[in-house]
Design a protein around this ligand. Structure first.
Ligand code: AMP
Ligand code: ZN
Length: 462
């Protein structure tokens, strides 16, 4: 019954105990706002939302902090290439500040569409330059930095357990390092502060004790998480790609400055793939929530698709899979709607559900349990109350859903009424002919205990 979660740091499922009774500090790495989020990114945010909802179901008060990366994230995670924001600015013809605002708004819209609960605290990297400079100074005072011609770097050889989270083979990396190391002393060293290129004015740059420039990507998360949650907090999340570089470096910074671990649990969502390749801009397989909407899907079908896989398994995207998720969602919604008013929650199902989600967020099993509840012989009012409780975690907006009242042409309604009449009079052949006419016009009739329900046939997209 205890909440058990997989911790990447120890590579094991452990009992979750909060550092402070009743409260959980949760930090999730947020988007780099140089472009729209794709449904792969959003898979990670859905996983984090499920985690948060499960923590709440267990009675914890969750303080959730999410950053907005609007500076410092270079095109390569290893401090090379150009700033993604400057690149996005060139692509769109807008300023870096304008695209940061635009894509932050778009991101929040996606969260709402997927019923992802917003964080308690949003924090933008560019609003916390002073905190980042102060933390770099702290790391410098402890003797972990050196300066090169292009920035201030963290000397990873000075930290005994550097790379533990990612199980990095430091010696192997050292041996494999070649010329691209530039002036770095070790291949794993990383930038804390980068200087603006000589003779060039960046759109986003600030003065610092070391020279004009901008913070590295990793320092923002260490500085802002410390500000809002303290140097050591309960759970830190992100996508699996963050394990070896970004989170490894966040840990190094916090250990160097504060001498503490950064988080008690490290949790990572595994990637969404498409045709076995990582979803990303460069690969040309970039799907947005907006793309799904334009193709006639409810955004929550995407949430349903994600719930069918465990967060620690890679997930392959297919349109057939999405169709399947959309159909189950629709079935579930219609069923739940027909159940009418909720009664009392069924204790046994409640218990089983809690055990399932507490077993490292086993959502595929939680969905199976949901269908078990649907098929069970319990009274409808009991089922309704129980499923609404499940939905506190599933987040499928089952309570709010109403069958869509799209305008159905008069002629179709007349045909349906004539068919009802024919059925009552047991003129089965006539009823069948009328049904065929309705289907031919692009509508489906579903006979429910409450009478026939009519809806437009879904258009198949390829
Ligand atoms: P970014 O905006 O690139 O900083 O990424 C935002 C979040 O999405 C991070 O937690 C990434 O680890 C995660 N992410 C990136 N690509 C994928 C993917 N294909 N599937 C799942 N999560 C991803
Ligand atoms: Zn981060």
């Amino acid at each position: 019954m205890n909440l058990r979660l997989y911790d990447t740091y120890t590579r094991s499922v452990r009992d979750f105990e909060p550092l402070n009774p009743g409260e959980v500090g949760l930090y999730t790495c947020g988007p780099t706002v140089y472009d729209y989020a794709h449904i792969g990114n959003l898979r990670t945010y859905i996983f984090e939302d499920i985690l948060k909802r499960v923590l709440s179901l267990n009675g914890y008060q969750v303080k959730h902090v999410m950053n907005i990366t609007d500076v410092g994230h270079l095109t390569s995670d290893a401090d090379e290439g150009e700033d993604r924001m400057e690149k996005g600015s060139r692509r769109t013809g807008m300023t870096a500040w304008e695209i940061a605002d635009l894509y932050t708004q778009e991101f929040r819209k996606d969260l709402q569409r997927l019923n992802i609960i917003e964080p308690t605290v949003w924090c933008r990297a560019t609003d916390h330059i002073a905190e980042q400079v102060a933390m770099i100074q702290c790391i410098e005072e402890k003797g972990f930095t050196y300066k090169t011609s292009d920035g201030v770097y963290f000397d990873t050889s000075k930290l005994q357990d550097y790379g533990t989270l990612g199980r990095l083979d430091i010696e192997g990396l050292q041996a494999g390092a070649r010329i691209e190391m530039g002036e770095k002393h070790h291949p794993t060293d990383f930038a804390l502060w980068k200087f603006s290129p000589p003779g060039q004015k960046r759109q986003m740059e600030w003065d610092s004790p070391w020279g004009t420039g901008f913070p590295g990507w990793h320092i923002e998360c260490s500085a802002m998480s410390a500000k809002y949650l303290g140097p050591l907090f309960d759970i830190h999340c992100g996508g699996e790609d963050h394990i070896t570089v970004h989170h490894t470096n966040e840990i190094a910074q916090t250990e160097a400055c504060y001498g503490t671990r950064l988080a008690n649990f490290w949790m990572h969502g595994y990637f969404l793939q498409i045709d076995e390749a990582r979803m990303g801009k460069s690969v040309g397989n970039f799907l947005r929530v907006q793309t799904l909407i334009e193709r006639g899907y409810d955004p929550l079908a995407w949430r349903m698709f994600c719930l069918n896989a465990h967060y620690r398994a890679k997930l392959n995207f297919t349109w057939d899979g999405l169709d399947g998720a959309a159909t189950s969602l629709e079935r579930l919604r219609n069923t739940v709607f027909d159940w009418g008013a909720p009664g009392e929650v069924d204790g046994e199902f409640q218990q089983k559900f809690l055990e399932t989600v507490n077993d490292d967020l086993n959502m595929p099993r939680a969905i199976a349990l949901t269908w078990e509840l649907v098929k069970s012989g319990l009274p409808e009012a009991t089922k309704k109350a129980t499923i609404l409780l499940f939905d506190q975690v599933l987040g499928l907006r089952l309570a709010e859903w109403r069958p869509t009242e799209e305008t159905i042409p008069e002629a179709i309604i007349t045909l349906v009424q004539q068919r009802q009449q024919a059925r009552q009079e047991k003129r089965w052949k006539d009823a069948d002919i009328l049904r065929d006419q309705v289907t031919g016009a692009g509508y489906e009739i579903e006979d429910t205990p409450q009478g026939p329900r009519l809806r437009r046939k879904k258009q198949k997209v390829t």
